[in-house]
Design a protein around this ligand. Structure first.
Ligand SMILES: NC(=O)c1ccc[n+]([C@@H]2O[C@H](COP(=O)([O-])OP(=O)(O)OC[C@H]3O[C@@H](n4cnc5c(N)ncnc54)[C@H](OP(=O)(O)O)[C@@H]3O)[C@@H](O)[C@H]2O)c1
Length: 316
C-alpha cells in the first residue's frame, strides 16, 4: 500500500512516500481502508523525536493517528461493525500510529461509526483532538454551569473542540487567541476572548476555576496559575510546560495536572452524535494530498492553524 513513512526522526522532509505491506489484522483489530487522515501536533513530535512520542517509531514508521474510512475486515462475524461500514477513529497513541496510509489496523476500542453528516475529510479531523478536548474538559474539569474555564489556544485543533464542549456543558468560557480569530471563537461559544498578543492575561482574567493549557510555553503556564481562584486547577496538554509548573502551582495554592489522550470508541460515538446534531462542529483549515504530508507538517509547526489540517488519502 501507499504510505508516508519516516526512516529516521527529523524535520518535515523526513516524511517520504513509500510502498509498505498492508497491516495484518490480528485479535480484536478492525482493518480500515483509510480515505482521510487527520494531522496532529503529536504526529509532528513523533516525526521530530520529541515529547511522549520520542523513541517510539520502529523504522520505517508510518505516522498518523487519526483516520476516517471504510471497514475492510472485522474480528468476528457477530462484531458490531461490518465490512463496508463508514468509521472514524484514532490509532493507539503514542506507541503506534499508521494512519498516513491506505490501510490501518486498530483495536476495536479505537474505532466508531463515522458521523453521518460529515465527509471523511471532516471526520478525520476529529478523533485525537476531540478526545483530548473531551478528556480535559469533561473527564478532568467536569465542565458545568457556573464554572469559569479558560482555554489557551482556543482556535487550534484541540482548542476549538475544547471551547465548544465547555460551552455545551454550560461553562463560562474564556478563550485566548489572536485578534483574527476573536469573532470565530465567540461563534464557537466563548463568552470572552483574550488577544494574547495585545492583552495582559493577569489584568484581564480572574477567578477562573479551570485553565486548559494547549500552549507549550512556561510563561503562559505560570500566568495561568495567577488567574485561578484558590483551589482551581490547570490542566496541561503539552507535557513540556507541566514539570516546572507543578511546583509553582503548589506554592500558589492551586492544583495542576497533565493529561494524556487515549483512543476511546465509546466517547467517539457520543462525539459523533454531537457532530450530527450540530451541537459540535469541526473546522478543517486545509486539506493536503497524502504525499504532501511534509507540507502539512511544515504548516502545522507554524502554530497558527485554525482548527485542523487533513490529508486526503483516497477519493470518497
Ligand atoms: N497530552 C495529550 O494527550 C495531547 C493531545 C493532543 C495535543 N496535545 C498538545 O496540545 C497542544 C495543542 O495541540 P493542537 O493540535 O490544538 O495545536 P494547534 O492546532 O497547532 O494549535 C494552533 C493554535 O494555537 C494558537 N496559538 C499559538 N500560540 C498561542 C499563544 N501563545 N496563545 C494562545 N493561542 C496560541 C493559534 O491561534 P492564533 O492563530 O490565533 O495565534 C492556533 O490556532 C500541543 O502542544 C500538542 O502537542 C497534547
Amino acid at each position: 500500500m501507499r504510505a508516508m513513512v519516516i526512516e529516521r526522526t527529523g524535520g518535515p522532509e523526513q516524511l517520504v512516500a513509500a510502498e509498505v505491506p498492508v497491516p495484518t489484522r490480528v485479535g480484536s483489530e478492525v482493518l480500515v481502508r483509510v480515505l482521510a487522515a487527520g494531522v496532529n501536533r503529536v504526529d509532528a513530535e513523533a516525526r521530530a523525536g520529541l515529547g511522549d512520542s520520542a523513541g517510539v517509531p520502529v523504522f520505517p514508521a508510518v505516522l498518523g493517528h487519526d483516520f476516517s474510512g471504510v471497514v475492510v475486515e472485522v474480528p468476528y462475524a457477530a462484531h458490531a461493525l461490518h465490512v463496508g461500514d463508514a468509521v472514524y477513529g484514532m490509532a493507539p497513541f503514542p506507541r503506534a500510529g499508521g494512519s498516513y496510509a491506505e490501510y490501518v489496523s486498530v483495536p476495536s476500542s479505537s474505532v466508531a461509526r463515522k458521523p453521518a453528516t460529515l465527509s471523511h475529510v471532516e471526520a478525520a479531523g476529529v478523533p485525537l483532538a476531540a478526545l483530548t478536548a473531551w478528556g480535559m474538559v469533561v473527564d478532568v474539569a467536569k465542565a458545568h454551569e457556573g464554572q469559569r474555564i479558560l482555554v489557551h489556544a482556543g482556535a487550534g485543533g484541540v482548542g476549538h473542540f475544547a471551547v465548544q464542549i465547555a460551552a455545551y456543558f454550560g461553562a463560562h468560557v474564556v478563550a485566548t487567541g489572536s485578534q483574527r480569530n476573536a469573532g470565530w471563537l465567540r461563534e464557537l461559544g466563548a463568552a470572552e476572548v483574550v488577544d494574547y498578543d495585545a492583552v495582559d492575561l493577569e489584568r484581564t482574567v480572574r477567578d477562573v476555576d479551570v485553565v486548559v493549557t494547549l500552549v507549550d510555553d512556561v510563561a503562559v503556564a505560570e500566568a495561568s496559575l495567577r488567574v485561578l481562584r484558590p483551589g482551581g486547577v490547570v490542566v496541561h496538554a503539552p507535557t513540556a510546560s507541566y514539570a516546572g509548573a507543578s511546583v509553582a502551582a503548589e506554592a500558589a495554592g492551586v492544583r495542576t495536572t497533565g493529561f494524556a489522550v487515549s483512543p476511546d470508541a465509546a466517547t467517539l460515538s457520543v462525539i459523533a452524535r454531537l457532530l450530527d446534531s450540530g451541537d459540535l462542529r469541526v473546522y478543517v483549515d486545509d486539506v493536503y494530498d497524502l504525499d504532501e504530508a511534509a507540507d502539512a507538517h511544515t504548516r502545522l509547526e507554524r502554530c497558527h492553524t485554525r482548527g485542523k489540517l487533513v490529508l486526503r488519502v483516497a477519493d470518497e
